[in-house]
Unconditional design. Structure first.
Length: 462
């Protein structure tokens, strides 16, 4: 099923603002726990005992001891785009983004537990140099979504545990982009400024769109003890629709261009083109600073998995996750000044993720971990763009944990290998536009992350 984003604005604003919630598999972040990172985020049937079960499997809190933990993940990304015809490469500088997280849980007797967590399961930061043609889609995108989740878990007998959490979501989105004057229509004329001789790739406006908003959703799970060695787990996190409101800030960029003689406007030769568009940035103009509102849908997740202990010192885990990216259908960015509309085509699809991990208790104090992940791509071939150049991915994980009495330190590392993928540098003009017509080069992405978690256990199992 194809998806599109409808943008409401003025004729100039429609050209400048192709902003959309940059959501796809690449913006999913599940590295909120170093133990979990080492296991490739697998373990819905038997999550780590550092409190991160609040996110990964709330039901497990009723099977674990009381704990408080805090940590941070450093996500480092870089990339490049290579043009098909010229072979020119545009390099994206390496950037490290810190993502903190924290959890606390407490047992209430033998069967119940409460907990709370703060994490960000969806986020994105992509920045390109202004020399890249992709600046007309986005040269700097920043998406943050923070979840605060109070959680309750209860164990029914010896074989079933249930858990549920209510998530209070705080979302923010910022997109920065440029506008190409050659593609903009001349007011009152059935032509563009390109027909007046303005070269393609002439920046005349910079746009920064920024909004924040809130939502409420939930996260629920169950764990079934199949045998003394095997457990089955399921988890469901519901989608969250975040209504954003904020501001659009437009800045005119001088082109230094003038109209030629005999131009279709009948203006004298040498008339500055910057003067013709300056009124759009003045009070009442289409590109004056103004309020905006939109919404984005953070997709639902469904996870099912098994945990198996062939020997007491070794735990093997495997998960399957479905993520409903296709639920993000359309969103309308409404500008205070109003005006006609344009369409940004996203064309996302649901994704499948497969996770596997192993945890070996080398000694009473030391645990060694490893994991592997494969996930399919959410973007279809014609939708890969600078906003989110995304493809199928393989992840390799490693980690260790060390216990020091009631304290525990966990470290996790993950290398992300993303397949090179062809993509476009400009927005799609119609839903019928094919990859062959839209894609002009290849995106290459590098990413790895390192995180650390410190936990304090103050009761029960450790």
């Amino acid at each position: 099923m194809r998806r599109s984003l409808v943008i409401a604005g003025t004729a100039f604003a429609a050209a400048v603002v192709s902003a959309a919630p940059a959501l796809a598999q690449g913006s999913g972040v599940m590295t909120h726990g170093s133990c979990a990172t080492g296991l490739g985020q697998a373990g819905v049937a038997s999550p780590c005992a550092d409190g991160s079960a609040v996110l990964f499997s709330p039901a497990a809190l009723a099977m674990q001891g009381s704990v408080a933990s805090a940590g941070v993940t450093g996500i480092t990304t870089s990339g490049r785009f290579t043009y098909d015809i010229t072979g020119d490469r545009i390099e994206r500088d390496s950037k490290t983004t810190p993502v903190p997280f924290g959890y606390a849980s407490m047992r209430l007797g033998k069967r119940a537990a409460v907990g709370i967590g703060a994490f960000a399961p969806y986020g994105l930061g992509v920045e390109w140099p202004l020399s890249f043609e992709g600046r007309y889609v986005s040269y700097n995108t920043d998406l943050k979504n923070i979840y605060i989740q109070p959680t309750l878990a209860y164990r029914l007998g010896d074989h079933l545990s249930l858990g549920v959490g209510v998530d209070f979501v705080r979302g923010s989105l910022e997109i920065n982009q440029r506008a190409d004057l050659a593609t903009v229509g001349v007011p009152g004329k059935p032509i563009t400024f390109g027909n007046l001789g303005v070269p393609s790739g002439t920046d005349f406006a910079d746009a920064r769109l920024k909004g924040t908003g809130n939502a409420v959703t939930f996260n629920a799970s169950a764990i079934i003890k199949l045998t003394d060695r095997a457990d089955l787990g399921v988890r469901y996190m519901h989608e969250a629709k975040v209504d954003l409101s904020g501001d659009a800030v437009f800045t005119q960029i001088s082109t230094g261009l003038v109209l030629p003689a005999g131009n279709p406007l009948g203006a004298p030769a040498g008339t500055p083109i910057d003067a013709l568009v300056a009124g759009q940035f003045a009070a009442g103009g289409a590109l004056t600073n103004q309020a905006l509102s939109t919404s984005l849908t953070l997709p639902k997740q469904f996870v099912v998995g098994l945990a198996f202990r062939p020997v007491p010192s070794l735990k093997l885990v495997g998960d399957y996750q479905f993520t409903g990216w296709q639920a993000f259908d359309s969103a309308q960015i409404a500008f205070k000044s109003g005006g006609p509309s344009s369409t940004l085509i996203l064309d996302y699809q649901n994704t499948n993720t497969y996770r596997f991990g192993a945890d070996w208790s080398a000694t009473d104090a030391l645990n060694l971990r490893g994991g592997f992940i494969f996930n399919t791509a959410a973007e279809r071939a014609a939708s890969v763009s600078p906003l989110l150049p995304e493809a199928e991915r393989n992840y390799l994980s490693a980690g260790l944990g060390y216990k020091m009495g009631p304290l525990a330190l966990d470290l996790g590392y993950q290398h992300i290998h993303q397949a090179d993928r062809r993509g476009r540098t400009r927005g799609r003009t119609s839903i019928s536009q094919t990859p062959a017509a839209a894609n002009v080069g290849v995106y290459h992405v590098n990413a790895h992350l390192l995180n650390a978690t410190l936990s304090y256990h103050f009761g029960g199992q450790h």
